[in-house]
Ligand binder design. Structure first.
Ligand code: QV4
Ligand code: CA
Length: 525
């Protein structure tokens, strides 16, 4: 408004910059998750089949306010039989046909349509840095039977040939990444022996963009860009510049795909997250690594130190961050973060960490949804870190739903745990509200609110907590959404009374099943 009223005195150079930006199509849209209004988190349904995701959107995600789903890579991949069908075979592309253990293209299209129709977005994990490993062999042993010959760099269903790989550009003698202190080799050499695509070439950029445009036209809302650290930011930008706008059947015309780049930056390497901000959001791996240490109370960390959580802890700007407590790599010792990472295996601490993440305003939040596997920890390493999803002879098992709403067939479904699901709703309810009314005891008892819409209290000390705190909420009786649910005006959990001055009395035993309490305006009775 002020801009239009003061146009006469508006500095001319600023005017040129603003007009120029929109004229050449630069916009900030790639940071916007494109979720439906009021939905503020996504869930990674790791290794799920498309038919199960379609049902989950309709029966659970939409009714509970989930904004979207990150799906496993949908493109054809090499079949790895030794070890037997590891989850990680999906990070070894053979072509861009939509054809994997999760389903075929018809099933993928049906999923995208049905999820979008109930306002739940689909984000594709795009593996565009590489194809399969150089040791991947040859033949038609892939999920769609397309011919490839790794030795000759031949992928006939794309097609790619030797010209399309970085073999000549990589300067290490092994052809692989030997140190992370040299940005060129991290980007031009092979990551774990994976054949490195020459994204500097327009032909490769076009093939990758064609794949992504096919997905955009089907109706996906955005992409996780796998192994982004291993691609030059300018090469990523060149691909993004070729992308279509989102499908106008579900998105406003001119909407751009949401982009979040997988860059693991814990500091101390040649490549930093900030190099990628121009393309979209970036995964903030410090978040889960640090939060795990705080909740586990390792290295002298305490929850009271979370008062300035976010940029104050050296994290990237909130509006550039994609945050999560654990991901499909570091929940089993791959990638980064180490032993501090909390997962469903440490359920009590995990729920607190996810609860904290969802209550705190920093970043765009992703919830992890896993499957159970037989762990085999030896010297702190899981020898079974490769085990693939629940399956019958390689065929992924259905996600069955038990009478108590939990999942069967070894699907963990953390996103259905009451404490996590209700905190996803909490985040939607407090969206846009400031971080407020922080309180701590100098140790591991902390509380904070989100303006006048929500309040959360944690007791992670080894003694009980009881105190009267300022919540900022309107007076009334509220249902604690951690210990129960508000159903038909009744509360199946603890009740909290907020007085007319906004204060409320809280009491949390250190041995409580879940030592935290959360209330919000929609949980008012
Ligand atoms: C092995 C040796 C190599 C050797 C190669 C020779 O380890 O030293 O050069 O053989 O051929 C699998 C095996 C790995 C094997 C490789 C090639 O685990 O031992 O190399 O295949 O045969 C996933 C898994 C990897 C897996 C890969 C491909 O985590 O173990 O490798 O899929 O199947 C860094 C990156 C970051 C990455 C993270 C794990 O910066 O980008 O490591 N994270 C993403 C994904 C991740 C995926 C990839 C990247 C690769 O989240 O799931 O790796 O697409 O931090
Ligand atoms: Ca590369």
């Amino acid at each position: 408004m002020g801009f239009f009223l003061s146009i006469g005195s508006f500095p001319f150079f600023l005017f040129i910059i603003l007009v120029g930006r929109s004229a050449i199509g630069l916009s900030w849209a790639q940071y916007d998750p494109q979720t439906q209004q009021g939905r503020t988190s996504i869930v990674h349904l790791f290794e799920w089949r498309w038919v199960d995701i379609a049902k989950e959107c309709e029966r659970y995600l939409a009714p509970n306010g989930y904004g979207g789903v990150q799906v496993s890579p949908p493109n054809e991949n090499v079949i790895v039989n030794s070890p037997f069908r590891p989850w990680w075979e999906r990070y070894q592309p053979i072509s861009y046909k939509i054809c994997t253990r999760s389903g075929n293209e018809d099933e993928f299209r049906d999923m995208v349509t049905r999820c979008n129709n109930v306002g739940v977005r689909i984000y594709v994990d795009a593996v565009i840095n590489h194809m399969c490993a150089e040791s991947g062999g040859s033949g038609t042993g892939s999920t769609c039977g397309s011919y490839f010959n790794a030795q000759n760099r031949e992928f006939s269903a794309v097609p790619y040939s030797a010209w399309d790989f970085n073999d000549g550009k990589c300067k290490t003698s092994s052809g692989g990444i030997e140190t992370y202190s040299d940005a060129s080799q991290v980007r031009d050499c092979r990551l774990s022996g994976l054949l490195d695509l020459a994204l500097g070439n327009d032909y490769v950029r076009t093939k990758v963009a064609d794949y992504m445009n096919n997905l955009i036209d089907i109706g996906v809302a955005g992409f996780r860009l796998d192994a982004s650290k291993h691609m030059w930011p300018g090469d990523i930008k060149a691909v993004l510049d070729k992308l279509h706008n989102l499908n106008t059947k579900w998105f406003a015309s001119g909407s751009k795909p949401f982009i979040f780049q997988e860059v693991i930056d814990l500091g101390g390497e040649a490549i930093t997250s900030s190099e990628y901000f121009g393309n979209g959001r970036v995964t903030e791996f410090k978040y889960g690594a640090k939060l795990g240490k705080v909740i586990r109370k390792w290295d002298g960390e305490k929850m009271s130190y979370l008062k300035n959580w976010g940029e104050g802890w050296g994290f990237m700007p909130s509006n550039r961050a994609l945050v999560f407590v654990d991901n499909h790599d570091n929940q089993r010792g791959h990638g980064a973060g180490g032993a501090s990472i909390l997962t469903f295996w440490d359920a009590r601490l995990y729920k607190m960490a996810v609860g904290f993440m969802l209550a705190h305003p920093y970043g765009f939040t992703r919830v992890m949804s896993s499957y159970r596997w037989q762990r085999n920890i030896q010297n702190g390493q899981d020898a079974n870190d490769w085990i693939g999803p629940p399956n019958n002879n390689g065929v992924i098992k259905e996600v069955t739903i038990n009478a108590d709403t939990t999942c069967g067939n070894d699907w963990v479904c953390e996103h259905r745990w009451r404490q996590i699901r209700n905190m996803v709703i909490f985040r939607n309810v407090v969206d846009g509200q400031p971080f407020s009314n922080w309180w701590d005891n100098g140790s591991n008892q902390v509380a904070f609110g989100r303006g006048n819409r929500g309040f959360i209290v944690f007791n992670n000390d080894d003694w009980s907590f009881s105190s009267t705190l300022q919540t900022g909420l309107p007076a009334g009786t509220y249902c604690d959404v951690i210990s129960g649910d508000k159903v038909n005006g009744n509360c199946s959990g603890l009740r909290v009374t907020v007085n007319s001055d906004g204060t409320a009395y809280f009491s949390i035993s250190n041995s409580a099943e879940d030592p935290f309490i959360a209330i919000h305006v929609d949980s008012k009775l």
